[in-house]
Design a protein around this ligand. Structure first.
Ligand code: BDP
Length: 559
């Protein structure tokens, strides 16, 4: 599934802005819910989570469906093309209706979906677009949750994950058109022939056409960052060699522009699509993680998509500012905990050479490894039977290394699945959830734990979560949990251990910034483990990281 694009054969219109909004009080009936237009008395911005926009707790804590609605006109010039409405995300389930018709029902709150409206709405005409969104979690959703009905009839949703269940249209909505015969998917794999400094881009195109007799061919050309021609190739599946290749490097991204032209054998161009891609290699060798054949040390964060007011709504200002803050600290990477992020964020990481441990499928050079789970019960019976086929499927789909984030109870003695993976990712809270405030104990427990893993597996290890809740502005000259000094001391302790134990190839602090969670007695307006506050002001610990990552160069020089 390709993202919409403006090219010589494709057009798109953003449907972002204010939409009419309604909370659905009754259970939603698909058959005939949209006979009425929704009043414009209540309007809501797209993209944004709806929860924190209004002051009404019934909106914030609503469980069930909401409706977004606006009118849309298809440009007259789009006649004869296929027309789609694309929703970049509807958390956690989305239904697109055109006038009264349900066109598509999509589950999964952080992945995009398209509704083909070609045969329902005519070019030049207007239609009523409604997107219904449900935030209900169950044992079958990711993440899971459960709903109970309280004695007074209210529905209440509870869940165990530690981030607020923000919902709504958190990413952009588009109207776009493509030619009837068009490129429907593109797979790109890159590799390097080191002896000849040759980059190689292998590609495969999928095509959708109504004309089964069409004799189709493709021309694929590659340009460098200056727009200069580099190489080209023909065919729906082929490979292109790039002499004297400029590699995509952490901290020094280099992107080639691949242009795909689909045509008929009589040479008329039917469709054009562009992909920016980088050439780089990723490999796990012994206890090292190699990018472009050189050992790489991850520095950075586990992050959330989370900002004040917008919740999980994509915001380009916050995105650029967050990358700016990471670079200020010398961070070279982050993990997209705990769901697929907006594509714009991966594009930005591609462009700026920031390395990503990604929790979903996406074809980006910045993604160097797939994380397929966060803190599963990998020590329980059945874990191996559950994960072995998932790891196998991941490997069939892509050749990048695979990991999962292990949690403390699944110790190196009890865990049942780690041998299936390439890299050990560990989330640890010594000094916080365990031995809280006792930094001496924390240091020895952490070291014992890491050495245990290293001796047993000898694989590269990344600490994908470590940290402590910290109230910005709370200071203490003694060792006091929740103070800014404590967070700084705790991070320094972890760093001493990382530097002593062999096989540690990375550190990602939990978390980049404070974030909202459901209201629990141990959460003071959310999780406070951020190195930055929720409005992105640094706590003291930022200086510990800046000194280590930026000034001492941990992770940003060859290790
Ligand atoms: C880890 C989870 C993360 C939490 C963190 C914490 O992976 O989502 O936010 O703990 O408690 O277990 O801060």
């Amino acid at each position: 599934m390709l993202r919409p694009q403006y090219t010589s054969t494709r057009e798109l219109i953003s449907l972002d802005g204010l939409w009419n909004f309604e909370i659905v009080k009754a259970a939603l009936q698909c058959e005939h819910p949209w006979t009425n237009a929704i009043s414009d008395k209540v309007q809501i911005p797209v993209p944004a989570s709806y929860n924190d926009i209004f002051l009404d707790p019934e909106v914030r804590n609503h469980v069930g469906w909401v409706k977004y609605q606006r009118r849309v006109r298809i440009p007259p010039g789009w006649a004869g093309r296929r027309v789609y409405v694309r929703c970049d995300a509807a958390t956690h389930r989305g239904r697109i209706y055109v006038n009264q018709d349900l066109i598509i029902d999509h589950e999964g709150g952080y992945t995009p979906f398209d509704a083909d409206v070609t045969d329902i709405a005519n070019a030049g005409e207007e239609f009523q677009l409604t997107i219904a969104v449900s935030n209900e979690l169950s044992n079958e959703t990711i993440p899971p949750g459960k709903i109970e009905t309280l004695p007074d009839g209210r529905r209440k949703q509870t869940y165990l994950h530690d981030f607020f269940n923000y919902a709504g249209l958190a990413r952009s909505v588009w109207l776009y058109c493509v030619p009837t015969t068009h490129i429907s998917d593109i797979t790109i794999n890159t590799s390097v022939d080191w002896t000849r400094s040759l980059g190689r881009i292998e590609y495969q195109l999928d095509v959708q056409t109504d004309d089964t007799t069409a004799d189709l061919c493709a021309k694929v050309s590659v340009r460098d960052e200056n727009g200069e021609y580099v190489a080209d190739s023909e065919g729906l599946k082929n490979a292109i060699n790039i002499p004297s290749v400029q590699l995509w490097q952490p901290g020094a991204a280099y992107l080639y522009k691949v242009t795909i032209e689909l045509s008929c054998k009589n040479n008329s161009v039917l469709d054009v699509y562009h992909v920016s891609t980088g050439v780089r290699t990723v490999e796990v060798r012994g206890d090292q993680f190699l990018i472009n054949n050189k050992p790489f040390y991850f520095t950075g964060f586990g992050k959330h998509e989370d900002t004040p007011i917008r919740g999980k709504g994509f915001d380009a200002s916050y995105m650029v500012h967050d990358f700016e803050l990471m670079s200020w600290l010398g961070a070279n990477s982050f993990r997209t905990s705990h769901y697929p992020y907006a594509e714009e964020i991966l594009d930005y990481a591609d462009r700026h050479g920031v390395v990503v441990i990604d929790e979903t499928a996406a074809n980006h050079p910045c993604v160097v490894m797939w994380s397929i789970a966060n803190e599963p019960a990998s020590h329980e019976p059945g874990a191996r039977e559950y994960f072995a086929p998932l790891v196998q499927l991941t490997r069939e789909l892509d050749e990048r290394p695979v990991c999962f984030a292990n949690f403390g109870l699944a110790t190196s003695e009890k865990d049942r699945i780690t041998d299936l993976f390439d890299v050990l990712c560990l989330n640890r809270y010594y000094g916080w959830y365990e031995s809280c405030g006792d930094l001496k104990m924390a240091e020895s427990e952490l070291e014992k734990d890491l050495r245990g893993w290293h001796e047993k597996y000898g694989k590269p290890m990344i600490m994908t979560e470590y940290g402590a809740d910290t109230i910005a502005g709370l200071h203490s000259a003694t060792v006091t949990p929740w103070s800014e000094e404590f967070q700084a001391q705790l991070l320094a302790l972890y760093h001493r251990v990382f530097d002593r134990v062999p096989g540690v190839v990375g550190e990602q602090v939990w978390s980049f910034s404070d974030f909202q969670t459901s209201q629990l007695v141990f959460r003071v307006d959310g999780n406070k483990k951020g190195i930055f506050t929720r409005d992105r002001k640094p706590k003291n610990a930022a200086q510990v990281l800046r000194r280590r990552w930026l000034l001492d160069g941990k992770g940003n020089r060859e290790q």
